[in-house]
Unconditional design. Structure first.
Length: 135
C-alpha cells in the first residue's frame, strides 16, 4: 500500500487521538469517536483526514454493534478512503493493517453477507503519554 501523504510534513499526533485509539481497542467505539473528534475539530492541516478516517472506522464499528448495516457500510467505505493516502504506517499508527482488518471484516458484508460478530479490528499505535501528576 502506497500513500500520498508525506509523514514528515505532518504534526505529531494529538494526545486525544491516542486516547481515542485506546478506547477503540477496548471496543468503546462511540467514546473513541468522541475523543478523536475533539482533536479533528481543531485540526485543519494535512493530518485531518487521518483523524477523520479513524473517527469513521470507530463509527462504522459502532453501527455494527447497533445492527445498522447501511450506516456500517457507508462509514467503512468513507473511512477506507480517508485512511488510504496515509500508507502502511503514519505517526506510529499501522494504517495499512487497520485497512486490511476492516476489509476482512466488511468484505463479506459488502458481498451481501450478514454483519460480523467479531473479532473486531484493533489499531496498532503508540501508547499515550502517561498523565503528569497534578501539583
Amino acid at each position: 500500500m502506497s500513500g500520498t501523504v508525506e509523514e514528515s510534513e505532518l504534526p505529531e499526533l494529538d494526545p486525544r487521538v491516542l486516547v481515542g485509539i485506546e478506547l477503540f481497542n477496548q471496543e468503546e467505539y462511540f467514546e473513541a469517536h468522541e475523543a478523536i473528534e475533539s482533536a479533528w475539530l481543531e485540526e485543519f492541516g494535512r493530518i485531518r483526514p487521518l483523524y477523520q478516517g479513524l473517527i469513521q472506522a470507530a463509527v462504522a464499528l459502532h453501527h455494527v454493534g447497533q445492527s445498522n448495516r447501511h450506516g456500517a457500510l457507508k462509514l467503512y467505505h468513507s473511512s477506507r478512503a480517508h485512511l488510504f493516502p496515509f500508507g502502511e504506517s503514519c505517526k506510529g499508527i499501522q494504517v495499512g493493517r487497520l485497512i486490511r482488518d476492516l476489509d476482512n471484516l466488511f468484505g463479506p458484508v459488502v458481498a451481501g453477507g450478514p454483519l460480523p460478530g467479531g473479532p473486531m479490528p484493533r489499531i496498532t499505535a503508540p501508547a499515550p503519554a502517561p498523565a503528569l501528576p497534578e501539583e
